[in-house]
Design a protein around this ligand. Structure first.
Ligand code: TXE
Length: 489
């Protein structure tokens, strides 16, 4: 069955392009999928435009739209295991992690099925009895939704659910590296019964279809999650036609640890915060900022446990972390470790590909801790998107905050301390879109997610995640029309 979905029909790419999708665990080709080119993108955008302009989806009563979202949630749960297995094959992450992702997006669809029923419209008292003034909300229009490869299903659903709930029509473009769970998602959307043209799917590299998705005049909004350079390029292209853009561009996220913590707990939080999914997490806490007096003990504890993380096939019981997503990405991570060492960092653990026969075909890299870092280093400032923890030390609270905020990014950060007031104080001072106190990583559909600084614009999840996909309109009605009296001639 072909994998592009345009105007309610599954079809192959017009030019016949295909691409191999590879399992990062063993480098084998999982499936060869259709690869869209410019003409397919144009067709998808125009199908979404027609559907939007005809009103088929935007004019569907909100209760019906909500019911379809709830039905999508049910279908995701029905196919939970199959989708999770697909995600593990495609990304290398462990099967339990993939199941969590399916459950998360199910909750997101359910959340927006409810949230969209909240009436945001309001009347405004303009101080006159001959005027009815209302502020109403409407869908933005055609939305290009572009997702990356680290959480393919999750990041796509964080966009699709609110976009469709609000009545927009959408063109989905998952990463060419990990498209398979999104193909399954779109099959479920088609089964659920969204009208033809409301949901369209393009597969392929950003270079071919990206300019259409982000520059075509028929597109009203672009929501993108991915790398900083790609995000900048997308904003530039979208600026030509002044599209609304929401971008989440990753981070370089600090984990601040004060000396009053329970050491074992702190080690565990830091370890999970940085090494989950081999560090391929936009909010990975890759920058440890630790109070000097416990730094040696904390670093030793993290390094010891990092060395014990069980790498392997995400399907195998007991495996705790999979490979990096591709050979190219591992090359980038290796280059960053080499850079860090050349900048003066001290290797505590990792810093190499792991041993073990079963790990040689895939794109594995050992969890790595680099001590003796400082904020002037590129390894401390640039997103590596791999299993690399850098260590910096501080002696005062003010210094800790200064270090935590010394980043061009601002997506997420954490602070661990036994002092509740200090935890709140530091959290308030941190310029990051999410801050965890004595924890690192959790998120919920009800709470906004997004970055400050170069981590991006706009928010996903929560009420604001829906507002991104809504226009706000003021309607003024004169109930007793008559001459205005401004011009009298
Ligand atoms: O992502 P890209 P890449 C970071 C991470 C990583 C780096 C590069 O540091 O090492 O980005 O990763 C599509 N117009 N993050 O190169 O290119 C592309 O096809 C429109 C952080 O793999 O940003 C894919 O669907 N679309 C991040 C999506 O953009 C274009 C998650 C993301 O790919 C396009 C992943 C174009 N011109 C990587 N070019 C996070 N924020 O979580 C590419 N794409």
């Amino acid at each position: 069955m072909p994998e592009l979905f345009i105007d309610g029909t599954w079809r192959a790419a017009l030019a016949g392009g295909t691409r191999d999708v590879v399992n990062p665990y063993d480098g084998r080709v999982l499936r060869t999928v259709d690869e869209a080119a410019e003409a397919d993108a144009e067709a998808a955008v125009l199908a979404a435009r027609r559907c939007f302009d005809a009103g088929t989806w935007p004019a569907t009563p909100v209760a019906e739209r909500a019911a379809l979202l709830a039905r999508t949630a049910d279908l995701l749960q029905r196919d939970r295991e199959e989708i999770a297995r697909t995600e593990t094959q495609d990304t290398g992450k462990t099967l339990p992690e993939s199941r969590v992702d399916v459950d998360d997006v199910t909750a997101v669809f359910r959340y927006y099925a409810e949230q969209v029923l909240v009436d945001l419209d309001r009347t405004v008292d303009v101080g006159r009895d001959d005027v009815v003034s209302k502020v109403v909300h409407q869908p933005v229009g055609v939305c290009s939704l572009i997702a990356p490869w680290n959480y393919p299903l999750l990041q796509m659903c964080w966009k699709v659910a609110p976009a469709l709930a609000a009545g927009n029509t959408v063109v989905l473009k998952p990463s060419e590296v990990t498209p398979l769970s999104t193909v399954h998602l779109v099959r479920l959307l088609a089964e659920a019964g969204y009208p033809a043209g409301s949901v369209n799917l393009l597969l392929g590299g950003g270079g071919a279809v990206g300019p259409v998705l982000t520059g075509h005049p028929a597109v009203d909004l672009v929501s993108f999650t991915g790398g900083l350079d790609t995000g900048r390029a997308i904003i530039r292209t979208a600026a030509e036609t002044v599209k609304r853009t929401t971008v989440e561009l990753g981070g370089k996220n600090p984990q601040v640890v004060f000396a009053d913590v329970d050491l074992d707990t702190a080690v565990d939080v830091v370890l999970t915060g940085v090494f989950l999914h081999a560090g391929q997490v936009c909010s990975a806490g890759t920058r440890l900022i630790v109070e000097d007096s416990i730094a040696d003990a904390l670093v030793a504890g993290v390094a010891e446990r990092a060395g014990r993380i069980r790498l392997g096939n995400g399907f195998d019981e007991g495996v705790e972390s999979g490979p990096l997503v591709s050979a190219e990405h591992r090359d980038k991570v290796e280059a960053y470790v080499a850079l860090g060492l050349s900048e003066g960092a001290r290797l505590v653990t990792g810093g190499k590909r792991p041993d073990g026969d079963d790990l040689q075909r895939g794109f594995f890299y050992s969890p790595t801790v680099l001590d003796s870092c400082d904020r002037s280093m590129r390894i401390v400032q640039e997103e590596t998107f791999g299993p690399i923890l850098t260590v910096e030390r501080f002696t005062t609270e003010a210094e800790a905050v200064e270090l935590a905020n010394d980043t061009a990014y601002g997506l997420a950060g954490g602070v661990q301390t036994a002092d509740v007031e200090r935890g709140e104080r530091v959290a308030a001072a941190m310029r990051h879109g999410t801050v965890w106190i004595n924890d690192f990583g959790p998120y919920v559909p009800q709470a906004e997610w997004g970055g400050m600084g170069m981590s991006g614009n706009g928010r996903e999840l929560g009420p604001a995640g829906l507002h991104e996909y809504l226009e706000t309109k003021h309607v003024w009605r004169s109930t007793r029309p008559g001459p205005v009296g401004q011009f009298t001639g």
